[in-house]
Design a protein around this ligand. Structure first.
Ligand code: CA
Length: 397
């Protein structure tokens, strides 16, 4: 007896984002979720491009892994050719059904779950900083779920010429329910809530419940769910219309279109964002240096111009320093050891717009590659944020 699947997919912008950077594919036997990243709509481009390339690749007869690799190449090439899209990338969690086997490809922190006999199992591993810390035993699942740096990915599609994509297979059984979802779903929702929603008989009902659950817990990010419920194919003469064979030409798929829910209160952004925004505006614009009167002579004019520019620069520097020195923080390196700095990570000649706030004994050379990336980024945080990062980096054991 062969298996058939009923499926449903839903994507929701959530309550705090202005765009939906998630994408999904429901093109039996292929199902996938992509969660894009990158500023200025680049995330939307990355996830959309990856989803389209994946579907085209599988449609052309590529294996799922080959199609995922071609999606990586497509996103990487677009990011290279257009500076507005530099550094964009996406997660990808996909399954191709073949008989009773699910062939999976996975990269990033979107997830694949299996509900079997009432038990929920996460099939995919999160390729994220906190995911690796959980596997190392340095964080619990519960701590990871609320960690301020939980969105930092250790692997993504489209950010490197060659992506390291996980591949695995699962033998499926009648009664199994598969969920592919973005972190906007798995982050805010408990495993118990996901389990309860997936237990519902109708996949469309389950997907709607899952979206509602993530929104109930704040909906901080875009939320996407692809749900597949498997059962034995009925005998040929009964109910063939309701339970067709799993065949691309007779897709047994209940597709619910992406919900177009208006963005809710946009004020409460992610933890570090207000600080980043404030900093982007902190240095006054050099364009606004005072315009000069027509010069009496070329040499005097040039001298006057230099003086005005210098003055303007000094004012800018002093203003920026005064505004930000005590309110923003970052982790940097002093004499080979980690330190928390207050101020901006900017050096203008001998002038440094920051000061050491607290020193750590941990040498930079002992950091893992992922931890180095966090330090090298010199990104700005609130005081509470930088202390969490410092703790993550084990700066004061
Ligand atoms: Ca996300």
């Amino acid at each position: 007896m062969s298996l058939v699947a009923r499926s449903a997919a839903l994507s929701d912008i959530g309550l705090h984002r202005k765009t939906n950077e998630d994408a999904y594919v429901v093109a039996p036997p292929l199902f996938a979720v992509c969660d894009g990243m990158g500023g200025a709509q680049a995330g939307e481009v990355a996830s959309g491009l990856a989803a389209a390339a994946l579907e085209a690749g599988v449609g052309e007869g590529l294996t799922l892994l080959e199609a995922a690799e071609s999606a990586n190449a497509a996103v990487y090439a677009r990011a290279e050719e257009d500076t507005a899209h530099t550094g964009m990338g996406t997660t990808l969690t996909a399954v191709v059904l073949e008989g009773d086997t699910g062939h999976f490809a996975h990269i990033g922190d979107s997830r694949a779950y299996l509900l079997r006999d009432g038990e929920l199992q996460q099939l995919s591993q999160d390729h994220s900083l906190v995911g690796e810390m959980v596997r190392d035993g340095r964080l619990t699942e519960e701590e990871a779920a609320v960690h301020p740096h939980r969105s930092i990915l250790s692997r993504a599609l489209g950010t490197e010429p060659l992506a390291r994509i996980d591949e695995f297979e699962v033998d499926l059984q009648s009664g199994d329910v598969l969920l592919l979802c973005s972190d906007g779903l798995s982050g805010p929702s408990s495993a118990t809530a996901i389990q309860k929603a997936l237990a519902r008989d109708d996949p469309a009902d389950a997907a709607a419940r899952l979206i509602a659950e993530a929104r109930k817990h704040g909906g901080p990010d875009n939320i996407t769910a692809v749900v597949l419920r498997f059962h034995d194919a009925p005998a040929a003469d009964e109910d063939a219309e309701q339970d067709p064979e799993l065949d691309p030409d007779e897709a047994p798929t209940v597709i619910t279109p992406a919900a177009d829910v208006p963005a809710g209160a946009a004020a409460a952004a992610a933890v570090d964002e207000p600080v980043q925004d404030a900093v982007a505006e902190a240095p006054a614009e050099p364009d606004h240096a005072p315009a000069l009167e027509p010069p009496p002579s070329r040499a005097a004019g040039r001298r006057l111009g230099c003086l005005a520019l210098l003055l303007a620069l000094l004012v800018v520097v002093a203003l920026a320093a005064a505004l930000t020195l005590s309110t923003v923080f970052f982790v940097g390196v002093e004499d080979g050891r980690l330190a928390v700095y207050s101020g901006l990570p900017i050096e203008v000649g001998p002038l440094h717009l920051h000061a050491v706030y607290r020193r750590s004994a941990r040498p930079y050379s002992t950091l893992q590659p992922l931890e180095r990336r966090l330090v090298d980024a010199r990104s700005l945080h609130s005081k509470a944020g930088v202390m969490t990062l410092a703790a993550t980096l084990g700066m004061w054991p």
